[in-house]
Design a protein around this ligand. Structure first.
Ligand code: FE2
Ligand code: FE2
Length: 528
């Protein structure tokens, strides 16, 4: 190891760095003590290597280093593009005063020799300082007393160690403050621990490098999910932003569950990984809509604008042909109409009737719900006929048009609705092929069951309550709420929150949605 040490003794001669192996006083440790320390170091190394959550890892490093050296406080800085970013601070004395570092606002330090941490980050040397208020005038760094002044704390001894990985790259700086003796008095850091803390810092650096790598990969994966799902949702203005909102609702519900100290959720607490698993499932739950044609997803009315334009042209033709037919009967075939009106009156009566029919068709096309009578009237109009220019008899509306217009609720035909429902199967098949890590293994299950109901009436598999974990129940509530309240939903217009809450409650009462989740969601207004 080429690390170098500046101790309280060597501060007087900065620049004359003493190689660690000869200056750290390691020889002062007995063989048994050394073995004990190395054994402890190994244990710490194992603990560090198994922690992949970066924030938890940083906290663990400071904690272990403090325990190892008997330090009252400790901080950790991570180096990023020439700046040292403060990440963790632990301070037993201040914690004992029942406040958590008030008045302390972490700020990034430039990587320069002017600050203690910056100096260590620049030079890769260890600093072992007996009293930070008594630094020799010859050293380039100085101690900033801001923290002490604001918190009524006195920093004295300090052991500051660079965190280098195997490639000797400095990833950060570990700063240990105020070594305590058994009586609780502040003492200088023992030289004997320097080597061991340096080893710990190296192990920590490798763990940080790995955790950062995992965190970077995760960030790329997450942004890929967010962008691709947002693009899929945006295929239709009716679903734009849906998955993001559902993920937000799920997160709000899960956090609220974690905060519950009484009631049905008092013993339930989602870990960070479980939270992550739920949020991934929420983001991905409708990815299968990629397999549903846009014309169905985006269907606002029963018939497309193009089809309605064709029908409008047809009705204009019918009106013209009707007038021609009346004139033909009167003039060419010389037949009197039984009711004895003038030709103009007869043409007008027919024209008005045809126009009335078309107005009804237009109304039906946009209606969110139809009565049985509406459907009967529609079929009667559709079955009327006219003779086209070739003399062929044709209906006012085709069978296909009647089928689409006869939908009594919403705008999708049964076939189209079934097509939309297939998105859940597609979601499951897509998501189950993503090589998720072990902690995310349930994402396909949660995402693929967001349309299941507790009473088995949901789809696609008709799962029942004992097969539906809490996460699937949360996702179902969040999904239905957003589907109801989203603006411009094609087969349902947006509804006020109060009405959506009533519907959720009705679903819960009927045993379809989880009552406790619905109550929590509504009572705590988590949709906000
Ligand atoms: Fe869905
Ligand atoms: Fe959805």
């Amino acid at each position: 190891m080429d690390a170098q040490v500046e101790t309280a003794d060597t501060q007087k001669s900065v620049g004359h760095d003493v190689p660690y192996a000869t200056a750290n006083g390691l020889e002062a440790l007995s063989g048994a003590e050394l073995r004990k320390q190395v054994e402890k170091l190994n244990q710490i190394g194992i603990a560090l290597s198994s922690e992949t959550n970066l924030e938890r890892l940083l906290g663990l490093i400071v904690h272990e280093a403090r325990t190892f050296t008997g330090a009252d406080a400790g901080s950790l800085y991570i180096l990023d593009r020439g700046m040292l970013y403060f990440h963790v601070t632990q301070n037993d004395t201040l914690r004992g005063r029942a406040h958590s570092l008030p008045g302390f606002k972490p700020y990034p330090l430039p990587l320069s020799e002017e600050s203690i941490a910056g100096y260590v980050g620049c030079t890769a040397k260890i600093l072992n300082i007996e009293n930070v208020y008594n630094l020799p005038k010859t050293v380039p760094y100085h101690f900033n007393p801001d923290f002490d002044l604001r918190n009524d704390y006195v920093t004295r001894s300090m052991l500051v160690v660079p965190m280098k990985d195997q490639g000797e790259e400095i990833l950060g700086v570990l700063q240990l403050i105020n070594a305590m003796d058994k009586a609780g008095a502040v003492v200088p850091f023992q030289k004997s621990v320097e080597h061991l803390v340096m080893s710990l810092a190296s192990q920590a650096a490798v763990a940080i490098r790995n955790a950062k790598l995992i965190s970077d990969i995760k960030a790329v994966f997450e942004s890929l999910i967010r962008y691709s799902i947002s693009a899929i949702d945006a295929r239709s203005p009716h679903t734009a932003g849906h998955s993001k909102r559902v993920a937000n609702h799920c997160q709000a519900i899960a956090r609220a569950i974690n905060d519950e100290t009484s009631g049905p959720f008092q013993d339930i607490s989602f870990t960070t990984e479980q939270m992550e698993e739920l949020i991934y499932a929420a983001w991905l739950h409708d990815i299968g809509k990629i397999g549903v044609p846009e014309r169905i997803l985006d269907k606002g009315h029963k018939l497309s604008d193009e089809t309605m334009a064709t029908i409008a042209t047809r009705f204009e033709l019918i009106k013209a042909l009707s007038a021609v037919s009346i004139w033909k009967r009167k003039l060419v075939e010389n037949k009197n109409e039984p009711w004895g009106d003038t030709i103009e009156e007869q043409v007008e009566i027919e024209r008005k009737e045809i126009e009335k029919d078309f107005v009804f068709v237009k109304k039906v096309n946009r209606a969110q719900s139809l009565s049985r009578e509406d459907v009967t009237t529609l079929r009667a109009i559709g079955s009327k006929t006219y003779k086209d220019l070739e003399g062929d008899v044709r209906p006012f509306l085709t069978d296909q048009e009647i089928e689409s217009l006869s939908v009594r609720k919403g705008s999708l035909t049964k076939k189209e609705y079934m097509k939309v429902q297939t998105h859940v199967e597609h979601t499951y098949n897509i998501v189950k092929n993503v090589p998720f890590t072990k902690s995310l293994k349930n994402v396909p299950l949660f995402a693929g069951s967001h349309h299941e109901f507790l009473d088995g009436t949901g789809y696609p598999r008709g799962l029942k309550s004992d097969e539906l974990p809490l996460q699937s129940r949360i996702l179902a509530v969040a999904d239905i709420f957003d589907a109801l309240t989203a603006l411009d939903r094609p087969y349902r217009s947006a509804m006020p929150v109060s009405k959506a809450c009533k519907i959720l409650k009705a679903h819960a009462k009927a045993g379809r949605l989880d009552q406790d989740v619905v109550n929590l969601f509504i009572d705590k207004e988590l949709y906000k």
